[in-house]
Design a protein around this ligand. Structure first.
Ligand code: G1P
Ligand code: ZN
Length: 544
């Protein structure tokens, strides 16, 4: 089969964001666009000849075509073996698991995570390194730098590889092994959680679970794990079949987009536990009957209860959270006497801490939780962790969380997103805030006083690398905070995220509505940032 060397010119916009390169499908479908980026990834690696690469995606539109291109390019570039999920399916956590298990040099994940799919919607490419985690910034920068100089790429002139049958085939001297997307991941979950105990809970007939796979990648994983392995009845998993456009939905597991599940959990005759995951399976939403567990609280509760779960009963070395995530977990870490790291937004910043054995559990307010079992956040892992806790503690979700607040105090938390804002306006708003930083210190905003204000900068304690301009923080003397940052994952205009947090130690004030509890901080955010006039929006598009 002939190897073609194709002449090309760079695309200026191939800079990876918070989580890989994310663009409209039509952008990726331009001649040479995907090929340029894939060749730039390969060119920035050393010693990949003969090595193993893992490839899979969340099943969205263009997944299959992209995989065929990548297989032909991997063969033309001299990889030894590619492990690819059957039908091109692999969740993000499963890719991380398969890379680690097979000592692959890395993996390519085709996903735009929670962004909608379909011909008019989004597509994405993420590169994960040999530790199974998202490429850290020096790697993504090298890929981008290469993409700006690229002049040619290599691709095999061959027919498509069948992805519907398990097994190995040859592609011009490279092995292509089509693997079961679920098997390795399931084995890893069985090694961490008490499957017998969870089985007793789910098969006993008195505890009811509902899992919304949102027609995205977790469908086959959730069905195998909950219905076929853990004894939950058929129908436990809703929207379980992966579809190229996610059934027209927005596969983001939050109170806005997981409307059907929220309807079940907040309706009459609610199940005991509800969960959802996103497009590529790394996010999680945790619900009890008439009760929503914020991701920040979830991280804190898992940390406080980790000793009840087999995989974590010997203790945690430390925890890590992204900067905008609430400080609820900090209190648990302090009581456990373990370190708590504060990193910029994006899972890639946890990789070094996990590799260096400095953290066991990690989490982000954006519905991401995970541990050192992988180097990605992991939606179904979080669901299994909760089910293990529920099986041991035999209490409702709400009671577990409320007891946690009684012990540690409650961190009221919310994020207000302004999506699709004009980029110039959004940048001007952030720039204006940056200029205000020095003058905000010590300022009174009734009933709060600013203790510190800065633009968050992170020094990685493992490799010393510094990441600047990671979000404007306003910290108040009582521990409350407001954080402003722009999203790095959108594909249209800019998204302003405003993160609000208030600490409430008084048990008598633990049952307020979050938006009411945060009303003063919401008003301060508006006063300081002039959001309405500068974005020309009267209200957020999404409140979570
Ligand atoms: C968002 C989340 C961030 C998460 C990322 C990828 O990034 O805020 O926590 O790691 O998606 O799932 P953002 O759009 O804010 O840059
Ligand atoms: Zn995701």
């Amino acid at each position: 089969m002939p190897i073609l060397t194709v002449t090309t010119i760079p695309f200026a916009d191939q800079k990876p964001g918070t989580s890989g390169l994310r663009k409209k499908v039509s952008t990726f479908q331009q001649p040479h666009y995907l090929e340029n980026f894939i060749q730039s990834i390969f060119d920035s690696l050393t010693g990949y000849q003969g090595q193993t690469l893992v490839v899979g995606g969340d099943g969205r539109y263009y997944n299959q075509q992209a995989i065929q291109i990548i297989l032909k390019m991997a063969a033309a570039n001299g990889f030894g073996r590619v492990l690819v999920g059957q039908q091109g399916i692999l969740s993000t956590p499963a890719v991380s698991c398969v890379i680690r298990k097979n000592q692959a040099i890395g993996g390519i994940i085709l996903s735009a995570s929670h962004n909608p799919g379909g011909p008019q919607a989004d597509f994405g490419v993420k590169y994960n390194t040999g530790n199974g985690g998202p490429a850290p910034e020096p790697v993504t920068e090298a890929i981008f730098a290469r993409s700006q100089k690229i002049r040619q790429y290599r691709i095999l002139n061959a027919g498509d590889v069948r992805l519907d049958r398990l097994g190995t085939t040859q592609l011009a001297g490279m092995e292509v092994e089509v693997i079961d997307p679920v098997a390795d991941y399931l084995a890893l979950m069985e090694s961490l959680f008490d499957f017998d105990r969870i089985h007793q809970l789910l098969a006993g007939g008195y505890f009811r679970l509902k899992v919304d796979a949102m027609h995205a990648v977790t469908g086959p994983y959730a069905q195998t794990i909950f219905e076929h392995t853990l004894g939950a009845p058929a129908g436990t998993v809703i929207r379980g079949i992966p579809l190229e456009d996610f059934g027209g939905g927005h596969p983001d597991p939050n109170l806005v987009y997981a409307r059907e599940l929220v309807g079940h959990l907040f309706g009459d005759d609610a199940p005991d536990f509800g969960a959802a995951s996103d497009g590529d399976g790394d996010r999680n939403l945790i619900l009890g009957p008439h009760f929503f567990v914020t991701p920040s609280d979830s991280l804190a509760v898992l940390t406080a209860n980790a000793h009840l779960v087999p995989g974590y009963k010997s203790g945690l070395v430390g925890v890590a959270r992204s900067m905008p995530t609430s400080q609820a977990v900090d209190r648990v870490a302090a009581r456990l006497g373990i370190a708590c790291y504060e990193t910029p937004t994006g899972w890639k910043f946890f990789g070094n801490l996990l590799d260096a054995g400095k953290a066991t559990l990690c989490g982000e307010e954006s519905f991401g939780t995970g541990s050192n079992h992988l180097r990605e956040k992991d939606g179904l892992w979080a669901v299994l962790f909760w089910l293990n806790l529920l099986a041991v503690r035999q209490q409702p979700v709400s009671q577990i969380v409320k007891e946690h607040w009684q012990r540690y105090g409650r961190h009221y938390y919310s994020r207000h997103d302004y999506e699709g804002v004009d980029s110039d306006r959004a940048n001007a708003l952030i720039q204006r805030l940056r200029e205000q930083i020095p003058s905000l210190r010590g300022k009174h905003f009734h009933p709060y006083q600013v203790e510190y204000s800065d633009d968050f900068s992170y020094s990685d304690p493992v490799d010393g690398s510094v990441s600047q301009n990671q979000g404007i923080r306003l910290g108040f003397t009582d521990g409350s905070r407001i954080v402003f940052r722009l999203s790095g994952t959108g594909t249209q205009g800019a998204t302003l995220r405003v993160y609000l947090e208030r600490y409430e130690p008084n048990i008598a004030r633990h049952n307020l509505d979050s938006q009411k509890a945060l009303a003063d901080l919401i008003a301060i955010a508006e006063e300081v940032a002039q959001i309405r006039s500068l974005t020309q929006r009267n209200q957020p598009t999404v409140i979570i």
